[in-house]
Ligand binder design. Structure first.
Ligand code: FCB
Length: 290
């Protein structure tokens, strides 16, 4: 298809690089890294007076940025995460007097049940902010951003779905690392249930046991949990198990059968089946970096 269009008598080519103005952002997810170096081709301010249609999650990985929300400026350094709500005005770039600003970002249209993960405490009303303390945590998040990006460019028919799945992981980790007020929207009894499940991931807790811990009847807990978290308890526990399994597979040499039982699957074959279905590859392929 010829992408050249004639606009006002001038020939213009559709922008295919999301780092430059004019890119349409017409997908559910677009991810990348913007390496701004003083005097370089990307050393301009990204100015969107009406924001964007979707959210942007932004992490400074190097250097210093300056983000203006229409009222005030916020400095960003390594480990700062920002979440721009749709239509949130933003105007940002390398901070004056600093040689570079590298940031990783994910632009996305959220799924409905993500809303509890998108209520961050603010740098301003429409821009949430989270600071990651410690290099291990920063490296983990940088890796999560990179994975969303790489998965998305993976060239598989399912790449977009898998990248959305990785983004869910990233957003959940953000919620886990956010100060307590970020999770204020979640009912304390649902939080108690989550903590109880997370502490006993290796056990097959019954709904009754979890409900007792949360001081609710099983049916009330099941309903409240679904309303607030957007997923069932069983699904949430499965997510947590897979998150832990992925972490153990990549960060340790623990045998796969041990990983399987540590995260609550006594039957390794069943674990591998669930893992492949949800992650797209087998546990051993995942460990090898597939
Ligand atoms: C790119 C910017 C990046 C982010 C995405 C959505 O052009 O470099 O910061 O805003 O757009």
């Amino acid at each position: 298809m010829d992408k050249t269009a004639v606009v006002h008598g001038r020939s213009s080519v559709a922008q295919t690089d999301p780092l430059f103005p004019g890119y349409p952002f017409d997908q559910h997810l677009v991810a990348g890294i913007t390496p701004i170096v003083s005097g370089g081709p990307l050393d301009f301010r990204i100015d969107r007076p009406h924001g964007m249609k979707g959210f942007i999650l932004n992490m400074t990985v190097r250097g210093t940025g300056d983000v203006f929300d229409g009222d005030r400026s916020v400095r960003c350094e390594r480990g700062d995460l920002l979440l721009f709500a749709p239509e949130a005005r933003h105007d940002y770039g390398r901070a004056d007097g600093h040689g570079e600003w590298f940031h990783r970002w994910v632009y996305f249209r959220p799924r409905g049940f993500w809303s509890p993960w998108l209520q961050w405490p603010g740098a301003s009303r429409h821009i949430g902010r989270l600071h990651l303390h410690g290099e291990a945590l920063r490296a983990e998040f940088e890796d999560l951003f990179t994975r969303v990006d790489q998965t998305h460019r993976g060239g598989r028919p399912t790449s977009q779905e898998l990248a959305i799945n990785q983004l869910e992981h990233l957003l959940i980790r953000c919620v886990e690392e956010a100060p307590a007020q970020a999770t204020r929207a979640i009912d304390a009894r649902v939080q108690a249930a989550c903590q109880f499940i997370a502490r006993h991931l290796a056990r097959d807790l019954s709904l009754e046991e979890i409900a007792r811990e949360a001081c609710l009847s099983p049916s009330r807990l099941a309903q409240l949990f679904r309303d607030q978290m957007g997923v069932t308890i069983v699904r949430w526990r499965e997510d947590q198990r897979l998150i832990l399994a992925k972490h153990l597979l990549r960060s340790s040499s623990t045998a796969i059968c041990t990983v399987s039982s540590l995260v609550g699957y006594d039957d390794q074959l069943y674990f591998s089946r669930v893992f492949r279905k949800r992650v797209g590859v087998s546990p051993s392929e995942f460990r090898r970096g597939a």
